[in-house]
Design a protein around this ligand. Structure first.
Ligand code: SF4
Ligand code: FES
Length: 249
């Protein structure tokens, strides 16, 4: 395949940045999107140009670091896959592909396609944990009976990889899908119920402080989420938040 790539280049956080056009050739449909960018970067290095900075780690849909906006869609045109799982067979020979970083005030661009998602880490530090007795007489988690539907819902919420596609795709740059998945994953289980009230208040407050927008129930986040995290988590988090706020008064 022969492609024309229009890629966002930005030298540093304060640089204005611009779209730059690059032709690439000999791209196989079996390559992943990131492998296609590797091919381009090798060409750029050979010609003395600086390679395009983009985030990646596991390259198998687990770590959530590959965050690209491709032809106006977070993680590109395929459903329920991350950018590293997207294959070039989804594109046509001769196509022009637009590649941009996540765009959100709370995710400032560091360089080219790399954004700073440490706001997610700070939200997790505000409450995304449980306190466990590690004194030596800890109860085996498997001895606590958990209803199957709660275990399943907690597991599904726990599949969120923190990629940030929900924020990037939301017209309000809301982080509600991410935060609600993290709140649900813990509060649905007995071990997470102890701190459930403080957790939801602290995580939602931190989310607001980081500059993420509010949810207006558009649902774009659920469509673009590579792990198909459900909007039901947002409804659950809202219920928990109101209950916790009322009982704190
Ligand atoms: S909810 Fe989905 S889109 Fe948002 S961070 Fe988690 S995995 Fe990514
Ligand atoms: S590189 Fe880890 S999810 Fe894509």
């Amino acid at each position: 395949m022969k492609l024309t790539l229009k890629i966002w280049r930005q030298k540093s956080p304060n640089d204005k940045g611009q779209m730059v056009t690059y032709p690439v050739d000999n791209i196989s449909g079996d390559m992943s999107f990131l492998e296609m960018l590797d091919v381009l970067n090798e060409q750029l290095i050979e010609t003395g140009d600086s390679p395009i900075a983009f985030d990646h780690d596991c390259r198998e849909g687990i770590c959530g670091s590959c965050s690209l906006y491709i032809n106006g869609e977070a993680h590109g045109p395929d459903r329920a896959v991350t950018t590293c799982q997207l294959h070039m067979r989804k594109f046509n020979d001769g196509e022009t592909i637009y590649i941009e970083p996540w765009r959100a005030k709370a995710f400032p661009v560091i360089k080219d396609l790399v954004v700073d998602r440490s706001a997610f880490d700070r939200i997790m530090a505000a409450g995304g944990f449980i306190s466990v007795n590690t004194s030596g007489n800890t109860i085996d988690a498997n001895t606590i009976p958990i209803p199957k539907q709660d275990a399943d819902a907690a597991f599904e919420a726990a599949t969120c990889i923190g990629c940030g596609a929900c924020v990037a795709t939301c017209k309000n740059s809301s982080a509600m899908l991410f935060v609600s998945a993290k709140v649900s994953q813990l509060s649905l289980l007995p071990q997470g119920k102890v701190e459930a009230k403080e957790r939801v208040l602290n995580m939602v407050n931190r989310m607001d402080e980081e500059g993420f927008g509010n949810c207006t129930n558009t649902g774009a986040c659920e469509v673009e989420c590579p792990k198909e995290i459900s909007l039901e988590n947002i409804a659950r988090m809202n219920r928990e938040y109101f209950k916790a706020a009322l009982s704190a008064e």
